[in-house]
Design a protein around this ligand. Structure first.
Ligand code: PMV
Length: 357
């Protein structure tokens, strides 16, 4: 008999933090040591497209599976398993309450996922990946879950993924419940609140990062004294100033907090023992180029930030495109390392997403 195939597709965008998540207080539940805040990039530029399907005709022996960019990928990891388990439990509860519903929770799930950017580009592909995985299965299961509720599940896949369930400006509130039930994302502002915001991604290296974020965080939490100062004083101050700058559309304040928070995060990495260096000489050349642009403008028109890798993301306002992107390409084009970088750059300019929720 031809069994019905149930199917749902969704996309989720990449987000780049302007107040960084770095440190877990619970590694199993992915509970952070601090709140964080990010900007969601446009779906048309950087996103994951995921289709989830299930059917009684899929052999039970095959279990759940994932094809990522055309190749079979692992779903046995504890993080991925946690997402499947939570989503299935929600579906099973719906089925228990309404016996007329098809028993999708008993069927294997097949996922097919495509990034429209190179997975190894050193960008946070796991954020878009887990956000898309969770929403595709939630849609497949027709779960009546809000983006914040889904963020609780995506967080268990990859911390930063919880912020990719929303467009615009998104906070991940660390919460204080031991079970993680209040460690979720909420939207600070829609992208349309500040339509002039732009970001350019400068790819220094397409290689995978040296120290994984999970391992790096664990080492930093265990050994850095500076980290204690960061989570106690620096981040709470930055979160407050960042939310205010976004609400008031104050680019200069937004930019200064962004750069200082990136510097603070990388300082705790350098204070980790043995030290972790994500930025390299080319990254530091980008910092100097942004400093020169701001000095020449006589105000802060560009902000750099770096995640757990050497690639730079530069935020600026649309009207400053020539002063920022034009100058960056002219300056960095003359520095070794950026010749490759500029040609590999994913997008000369990416606009922000209008909101996916
Ligand atoms: O979500 P993870 O485990 O990939 O960690 C992301 C950590 C940073 O990208 C460095 C910061 C952040 O808030 O996204």
């Amino acid at each position: 008999a031809a069994e019905k195939v149930y199917r749902a597709s969704t996309t989720a965008p990449v987000n780049i933090a302007v107040v960084k998540y770095w440190g877990k207080r619970d590694a199993k539940l992915n509970l952070p040591t601090n709140s964080s805040l990010s900007v969601t990039l446009s779906q048309s530029d950087l996103r994951t497209l995921t289709t989830a399907s299930c059917s009684a005709s899929y052999p039970a022996s095959e279990g759940d599976s994932l094809i990522l960019n055309g190749e079979a990928a692992d779903v046995a990891g504890a993080r991925t398993q946690a997402c499947f388990r939570e989503l299935r439990a929600h579906r099973a509860a719906l089925e228990a309450a309404d016996p007329s519903l098809p028993k999708l929770s008993a069927m294997p799930v097949r996922l097919v996922s495509e990034n429209n950017f190179p997975t190894a580009a050193g960008l946070a592909s796991s954020a878009a990946g887990f956000a898309a995985l969770v929403r595709a299965i939630a849609d497949l299961y027709e779960l009546p879950a809000s983006p914040s509720e889904l963020s609780l599940i995506a967080r268990q896949g990859s911390g930063s993924a919880c912020r990719s369930l929303f467009g615009g400006y998104v906070a991940w509130r660390m919460g204080d419940a031991a079970d993680g039930s209040d460690s979720l994302a909420d939207q600070v502002a829609e992208a349309s609140h500040w339509p002039e915001m732009r970001a350019v991604v400068l790819v220094v290296s397409a290689a995978k990062k040296g120290v994984s974020s999970t391992s790096g965080m664990q080492q930093t939490v265990a050994t850095s004294g500076l980290f204690q100062e960061r989570i106690t004083n620096v981040v709470p101050r930055n979160m407050e100033a960042m939310e205010k700058s976004i609400k008031e559309r104050d680019f200069s304040a937004f930019a200064q907090v962004t750069m200082r928070d990136s510097n603070s995060f990388h300082a705790t990495c350098a204070d980790t023992y043995p030290p972790i260096f994500y930025m390299n000489d080319v990254s530091r050349a980008a910092i100097r180029a942004v400093e020169a642009i701001n000095t020449a403008a006589g105000r802060t028109v560009a902000a750099y930030t770096f995640d757990a890798g050497p690639n730079a993301v530069i935020y600026y306002l649309e009207k400053e495109t020539e002063a920022v992107v034009g100058t960056l390409y002219r300056t960095l084009g003359e520095i070794d390392g950026w010749k490759a970088a500029t040609t590999q750059s994913l997008n000369s300019s990416v606009s922000l997403d209008e909101g996916t929720a």
